[in-house]
Structures are given as C-alpha cells and as structure tokens.
Design a binder for this molecule. Structure first.
Ligand code: 9MR
Length: 319
C-alpha cells in the first residue's frame, strides 16, 4: 500500500509540492501514486503568473491542476501574496495602483480555479523573524490592511479554504505570538481565514514533537485548521549525524506522529525526490547544510524516511 492509502486510513492527507516541469520526470508517477494533495510549488507565484503587467501566464499551473485531477489529488494554490517573487514592474507602482493590481491578481487566480483548487495560501510569511510585520513591498506601500484585503478578495471568488502560511512558528515564540495576534485580529473583524499552514522546513532547526503539538494547539484555540504545508528535513554540516538516513527517518516518524496526535489533518512534503528539492539549489547548500531532505532519493527510490512515515501511518491507521 502506498502512502496516500495508508494516510487515508489514518485520516490524514499526504501531499507534495511540484512544478509543472517535473510532470515530465519519472518522479511524476510517485507524485500521483503516493500523494493525494499537490501544492503548486512555484507556478502560481507572481513571478511565474505575472511576468508583465498585462500578462497572465497560466499554462504551467493549468497542467499541474489537470495532473492533480487525473490522479484524484486535491490542490493547494501557493501563494497569492509573498515578499519574494514580486516582478520588477510592481515596484514602479504607487499605493493605489499596487492595491488595484493585488485585487485583480487575487480575484483572477482564485476565480479561475474555483472548484479545482480547494486551498489557497493567501498570505505567505507576512511576519518577520523578530516578530514584527515584515517590511515587504506590500507592507511598505499598503500597510497591514493588505493582509485582510487579500483574504476578503479571495473569499469573494472562491469557496476554497483560505490559509495564512509561515515558517519557524514551532520554535520562534515571538514570531508565533505575532502571527497569533494577527490572525486573532483578522477573525475578530470577520476576515475569512480558515487555517494556518506550518511550513516546517526542518533545515538546521528541528522542532521537538512537543513544540509542534503546542503550536498546533495554540492556533486551534482560534478555531483555525492547522496543516503542515512544507515539510523537509536537513541538517547543519558539523551537526549532521553520521547515520543521516536513519536519524532523518526517526525525525520524520516523530513529526508525523506529533501531527496525528495534535489533530493535523494534512501534511505536505516540499518536493518529491531529493534531487529536485529547493535545498539542493539553495545558496547555503552544500557549505552549511546536508541535502537529501525528502522521502525519495534522486533515483526515485524509497528512503528509510519513507519507510518511517509509512510505518507510523500504518500504526495509526484504522483496522
Ligand atoms: O521551493 C521553492 C523554490 O523552487 C523557489 O526557487 C523558491 C523561490 O520562489 O521558493 C521555494 O519555495 C519556498 C516557498 O514558496 C515558501 N516557503 C519557503 C520555500 C522554500 O524556500
């Protein structure tokens, strides 16, 4: 039995991110066979969809969504507002024009895929590591209101679940509490937020199962759904265990177990095979970090981490 069937029996969704370019790779069979959620890793970012002000480029995202439908996978659209991947032409705009472009963008994307993309990362990484609102193009020009506006505009066009997505929340208390207050404020004002996504790039910092459970509990106090949206596991060189594959597998087991304990209903890996992971193209790799952060190696072979995830799902699955 593959991961998606084991996960379903444990009441968990198991996802992976992908780009349209990977649909031509051998790993596409793993994506469709092992996972039941697909997150659009790059193809719905501003830089991909809006290379020019007048251009909307949907071919790649359309291919991903069609692939997901053929393989009976749910789709997460990632991401409507982020401080990265903002095309240069956005920088020349004044506040009113920028707000109008954001509104057009959010409405166009959510409307186009209504009924096909069931979850959107509406706002990604709006809070900085020091617990202040991140000084992005969006914040500097539009102020905090861009966050509420983006959720409201999305809700106007789609029935999809609307998520706030961020990294570092289980171990960075200042950031977590600022995100909590941000979301609490939005909910008090009736802004349509459905959930919070914990990215969980465990690259160097590995939150404990207790930190993870505590963070899930904290956000569930707000009545929000909590998902793990971008999971991968790497180590700082120098701190990396000798038996990397075995230690990584144990950590995966602990994380997925903690998710199930805490009532997380959806866990998404940030990629399928190690060779295509963002970690292997990251500027600090390979000087500072080990690679191989995922469940399948570059040849598409199942790693000990795959077996660990499968076994924890099997243990928790219904009879
Ligand atoms: O994995 C993504 C990589 O291929 C892109 O080059 C990069 C910049 O767009 O974004 C990576 O994904 C990021 C995600 O969109 C937001 N959270 C952090 C992810 C890893 O950097």
């Amino acid at each position: 039995m593959g991961l998606r069937d084991l996960a379903a029996a444990a009441d968990l969704e198991i996802g992976a991110s992908a780009t349209a370019a990977e649909l031509d790779d051998a790993s596409a069979a793993l994506l469709g066979g092992e996972f039941n959620r697909l997150a659009t890793e790059n193809d719905l970012k501003w830089g991909a969809v809006r290379p020019e002000r007048e251009v909307f480029e949907f071919d790649a995202a359309d291919r991903l969504v069609a692939f997901a439908e053929r393989n009976d996978m749910a789709v997460t659209g990632h991401a409507l507002v982020w401080h990265v991947e903002t095309p240069d032409w956005l920088r020349g705009l004044g506040a009113d024009e920028l707000a109008a472009e954001l509104r057009t963008h959010v409405r166009r994307l959510t409307g186009r895929y209504d009924g096909r993309i069931d979850t959107w990362d509406v706002v990604n990484e709006a809070v900085a590591d020091d617990g202040t609102l991140r000084e992005s193009l969006w914040y500097e020009q539009l102020g905090e209101r861009y966050v509420a506006d983006a959720f409201r505009w999305a809700a106007g066009e789609t029935d999809a679940d609307l998520f706030y997505n961020d990294y570092g929340l289980p171990y960075n208390e200042r950031k977590r509490e600022r995100v909590y207050r941000l979301l609490e404020g939005l909910l008090e004002r009736g802004v349509p937020v459905d959930g919070v996504g914990l990215q969980l790039h465990c690259v160097g910092v590995h939150p404990t199962p207790e930190q993870l459970r505590g963070t899930v509990r904290r956000f569930r106090e707000l009545g929000l759904e909590v998902r793990v949206t971008e999971l991968d596991v790497a180590y700082r060189i120098g701190e990396a265990p000798e038996d990397l594959a075995a230690v990584q597998a144990e950590y995966y087991r602990a994380v997925v177990g903690a998710c199930l304990d805490a009532g997380v209903g959806s866990v998404t890996l940030w990629g399928v095979t190690d060779d295509r992971s963002w970690v292997t193209s990251w500027r600090d790799y390979p000087e500072r970090y080990t690679g191989q952060p995922l469940l399948f190696d570059g040849e598409g072979r199942e790693k000990p981490s795959y077996d660990a995830v499968a076994s924890v799902l099997r243990e928790r699955g219904r009879d």
